[in-house]
Design a protein around this ligand. Structure first.
Ligand SMILES: [Zn+2]
Length: 428
């Protein structure tokens, strides 16, 4: 009798425990292979491997990543597409929202008008508007106009209206922190594991992210029109490495989220321990503006900001503020720049000591009227080069291949009393 009772209790307990285990919600991830069907995305034909189309690469990476995630019982994977078809952007985001997904990962390939552009980028939802990233936004958002349904949902959206920005900010603040965390982990894996060049994690108003009520990232896995990189992202090896990097990032992301939520419930009073911040592989500078005009340190145009690095590129002076490899500092720097009035400022990733792939760096000593022979510069420096463009004389000095060396050279010149020089990137 006593034994019987015990057995009943035991079996009841077993049922209870197994119920608990099975009712635990799985971590749901929506995998979104960008483009598809009639929407080919970026594409280019090479003589050796033929046509490389974004829609095929995004699907291949997505399926590989999906297989890895499905092997892990913690995850439930939902695909926006598993074939060469085109779900509309609203289909994709509706699916994610309906599924109450915990994470949305959209996979894309990049392309640029500059054939030298390469590397990976991860986008998270954000209100930044700037010209360089605007091109990405335009390209990704172009597909909105593929069907009528999307037109209705996205057509009235005006990213410039203050109301839209307020709504965006509210939505974004909830998920931004998590999205940034995942984005950083993805880019870290690309750099550390796959030895790729990371262009960084950026905030951008992309519709496919904007309509999601969950942390969301859009990963640009490489440039279709960069000869070397397109071969990598089109290869089985490349696609497997990319999928694995994203997988690793998702695992670490989930661990971090679990620590956060689990810790909050279990130890209520205790202050949650803050893990020491790990430095990023890339240095980050804040691009304040690009201008054909040269401003020296202290110019009112720089709005009181110090630590400005100016790099001249294609006739434009680019003004970068501060440098750090800590994500938290980078974010503070960006905020400082915005607070100073550079509303379109954004963070740019620089790989330390990276050799310039085409061309070199030189120092622009002076631009303006022709210098005469007994000017300070010409008296104190040998091998100064002079060019003339649209009536302006440009004097440059030296040829180095990393930004760090260029900064060093610039410092040396300053030691010789030659100030207000600019690092110039020359493409050859
Ligand atoms: Zn795309």
């Amino acid at each position: 009798m006593h034994k019987q009772n015990f057995k009943i209790i035991l079996s009841f307990l077993l049922i209870l425990i197994s119920n608990l285990i099975f009712s635990q919600k799985k971590f749901t991830i929506v995998l979104d292979a960008g483009h598809g069907g009639s929407d080919h995305g970026a594409n280019r034909t090479y003589s050796d491997i033929g046509r490389v189309a974004e829609k095929d690469i995004t699907l291949a990476i997505t399926l590989k990543l999906g297989v890895m995630l499905e092997k892990n019982r913690d995850f439930k994977v939902i695909y926006t597409r598993k074939f060469d078809e085109y779900p509309s952007l609203s289909d994709r985001t509706n699916l994610a929202n309906r599924s109450k997904a915990d994470l949305f990962v959209s996979i894309h390939c990049n392309s640029s008008q500059r054939p030298t552009a390469y590397g990976t980028e991860t986008y998270v939802q954000g209100p930044n508007q700037n010209n360089e990233n605007l091109e990405v936004a335009k390209r990704e958002n172009d597909v909105i106009y593929l069907d009528e349904k999307d037109k209705q949902i996205f057509g009235s959206y005006n990213p410039d209206s203050p109301e839209s920005l307020i709504a965006l900010k509210l939505q974004q603040s909830k998920y931004l922190e998590s999205s940034l965390l995942l984005g950083g982990l993805v880019e870290d894996n690309f750099v550390n594991k796959d030895k790729r060049f990371s262009r960084g994690v950026f905030q951008k108003n992309l519709h496919v992210l904007r309509m999601n009520a969950m942390p969301s990232v859009l990963i640009e896995t490489g440039f279709i029109n960069h000869p070397e990189e397109s071969h990598y992202i089109a290869s089985d090896k490349g696609q497997s490495e990319i999928a694995e990097s994203i997988y690793n990032a998702i695992i670490d992301y989930k661990k971090a989220i679990d620590r956060k939520t689990g810790g909050a419930v279990a130890i209520k009073k205790q202050e949650p321990e803050k893990p020491a911040e790990v430095p990023l592989k890339n240095d980050f500078r804040i691009l304040l503006m690009s201008s054909p005009t040269k401003y020296n340190d202290g110019d009112p145009a720089l709005k009181g900001l110090n630590y400005i690095l100016t790099i001249k590129e294609n006739g434009q002076y680019k003004y970068y503020y501060a440098v750090t490899n800590m994500a938290s500092v980078r974010d503070i720097n960006l905020k400082s720049a915005k607070d100073a009035g550079f509303r379109n400022a954004f963070a740019v990733g620089f790989m330390p000591n990276q050799k310039i792939s085409m061309g070199y760096y030189t120092i622009e000593l002076y631009a303006g009227d022709k210098l005469n022979g007994n000017s300070y510069i010409l008296q104190n420096l040998k091998d100064v080069e002079r060019t003339k463009d649209s009536g302006v004389f440009y004097y440059t000095y030296g040829k180095v291949y990393t930004l760090e060396d260029a900064v060093k050279l610039q410092k040396e010149l300053e030691g010789k009393g030659i100030k207000n020089t600019v690092i110039q990137k020359v493409y050859k």
